[in-house]
Design a protein around this ligand. Structure first.
Ligand SMILES: Nc1ncnc2c1ncn2[C@@H]1O[C@H](COP(=O)(O)OP(=O)(O)OP(=O)(O)O)[C@@H](O)[C@H]1O
Length: 247
């Protein structure tokens, strides 16, 4: 039997007095797109950090493609990747140099051709020889996406994948992600504050509050459960402590 793409088993992370993640358990199916929602400080980034093996859990376990991220992460890191607008690339390096560095870190074969192909797909060709630090916020987001795709990952963790993008570019990036997921059979877990994006891209939504799961289901199921018409209203219900509608 194949293991889920991502499994969290009673995952806890405390920072001093703060329980950033307070006992999360979930399994994410391969080939699915799942959103991690929650207000500021709900524990989304900490959870993603633990799934990436960047943040050490206080207790509990997390596995990616069946591999334990605390003890064996180097066995699986090449099969996954991460994107966040909050992680900057070295400013003075050109886009091409940055993608080359990351491609080598991931041991990508045929790297030159891969960069050319990705630049074409993400309309970055004209930016390849520009300094990364001099790009606009939206251009940086597209470069970050190219970096996240450089190793053709089976599991992608995306923190606000369309932050700073204009509506047209954001829409185009979502289509790109959808096509990539379908073609590669990849699994995507994304943190987002954009509810329309989540409704469009995700087949499952996990809502976090104070480091715990407050809601879990398909967007349509959650909307029905809370007696609402869209996910934004569900989000507000959860944030403001209103309960599911009684059926
Ligand atoms: N390195 C750290 N040291 C101390 N506390 C931290 C650290 N990282 C996160 N926290 C705390 O853990 C809690 C969860 O933070 P986290 O960044 O995971 O939330 P988030 O859901 O990603 O929020 P946002 O939507 O604002 O990005 C917060 O109370 C935060 O202050």
């Amino acid at each position: 039997m194949t293991s889920p793409a991502i499994e969290a088993d009673n995952l806890v992370k405390t920072y001093g007095e703060v329980r950033a993640v307070a006992g999360l358990s979930f399994a994410i199916a391969r080939g699915s797109t799942t959103a991690l929602l929650g207000g500021n400080g709900a524990g989304k980034s900490t959870t993603i950090g633990m799934i990436m093996g960047l943040v050490l859990p206080t207790s509990g376990a997390v596995r990616v493609l069946g591999v334990d991220m605390v003890s064996r992460r180097y066995d699986v890191l090449r099969r996954m990747n991460f994107e966040s607008p909050y992680v900057d690339m070295p400013h003075r390096l050109t886009v091409r140099q940055n993608l080359t560095v990351f491609g080598r870190l991931y041991g990508v074969e045929g790297l030159k051709a891969r960069i050319t192909e990705l630049a074409e797909a993400l309309e970055l060709t004209d930016l390849l020889d520009r300094a990364s630090g001099k790009l606009s916020a939206g251009q940086k987001t597209r470069v970050a996406l190219a970096k996240a795709l450089i190793n053709d990952p089976e599991v992608m963790l995306l923190d606000e994948p369309t932050a700073s993008l204009d509506p047209d570019t954001a829409d185009w990036v979502r289509s790109h992600l959808e096509r990539y997921r379908a073609r590669r059979g990849a699994t995507i877990l994304l943190a987002s504050h954009n509810m329309a994006e989540v409704e469009r891209l995700c087949d499952r939504v996990i809502i976090l509050k104070k480091g715990q799961i407050e809601g879990d289901g398909a967007p349509g199921e959650l909307i029905a459960r809370y007696g609402r018409t869209n996910l934004e209203e569900v989000f507000l219900d959860v944030a403001r402590g209103r309960r599911e509608a009684v059926s």
